[in-house]
Ligand binder design. Structure first.
Ligand SMILES: CC(C)(COP(=O)(O)OP(=O)(O)OC[C@H]1O[C@@H](n2cnc3c(N)ncnc32)[C@H](O)[C@@H]1OP(=O)(O)O)[C@@H](O)C(=O)NCCC(=O)NCCS
Length: 165
């Protein structure tokens, strides 16, 4: 990732910021598989205008396959996290949690006050573990029950200056 180092886990999965059109296409193809084909979200709802202005991250398997994705939109001093999707074969290995760590690092660099997301209530535990808390009542979006969740951003400590040698 250009904003911070690439990291690998035990599976050799690398997190990267999307810089090229082919990476974005792969992320969108994964979202279509997960949200449209698995969950029944209409394609035109899934691939909305936010894609053109978002910062996208991908998780890449050792063979180059994109197995995870997330997008971040900055607005009104808040980073909105969305479209968190992991390939079915790669779930339960902590990839979404690693992506959420990167969302926090991004939010700290953007100096925003909070991270916000509309969580599918079925996936709430993922976000609770990542430090988000639910706010307000559940609501329907694209036929799926969601709840807003927020996490305050703790500013990063400034790097200590090394004394002159
Ligand atoms: C939800 C999803 C993104 C989680 O990705 P993942 O890489 O498997 O998540 P992680 O391995 O980082 O899981 C972290 C924690 O969240 C929990 N969790 C993850 N997905 C969950 C789910 N669907 N339901 C309940 N708990 C879940 C896990 O139990 C895990 O905790 P544990 O390690 O103590 O067991 C993935 O299952 C997915 O793509 N689902 C379909 C799309 C979707 O629903 N996206 C969420 C939109 S809000």
């Amino acid at each position: 990732m250009s904003d911070g180092p690439d990291t690998h886990d035990a599976d050799g999965v690398t997190l990267q910021w999307v810089e090229r059109a082919d990476q974005l296409r792969a992320a969108q193809a994964l979202r279509v598989r997960v949200f449209c084909e698995e969950q029944g979200v209409p394609r035109e709802v899934e691939l909305d205008a936010g894609d053109a202005i978002a910062r996208h991250a991908i998780a890449v398997a050792p063979d180059g396959q994109v197995v995870g994705t997330m997008r971040l939109l900055v607005r009104d001093h808040v980073v909105k996290v969305g479209r968190v999707a992991i390939d079915r074969e790669w779930r339960g290995r902590g990839i979404a949690s690693r992506l959420l760590d990167r969302a926090m690092e991004y939010a700290q660099r953007q100096r925003v006050d909070a991270l916000r997301l509309a969580a599918q209530t079925a996936a709430q535990r993922l976000y609770l573990k990542a430090g988000f808390r639910p706010v307000g009542e559940p609501f329907d979006e694209a036929g799926i029950e969601h709840v807003w969740m927020v996490r305050e951003v703790v500013p990063r400590k400034p790097a200590r200056r090394r004394p002159p040698t």
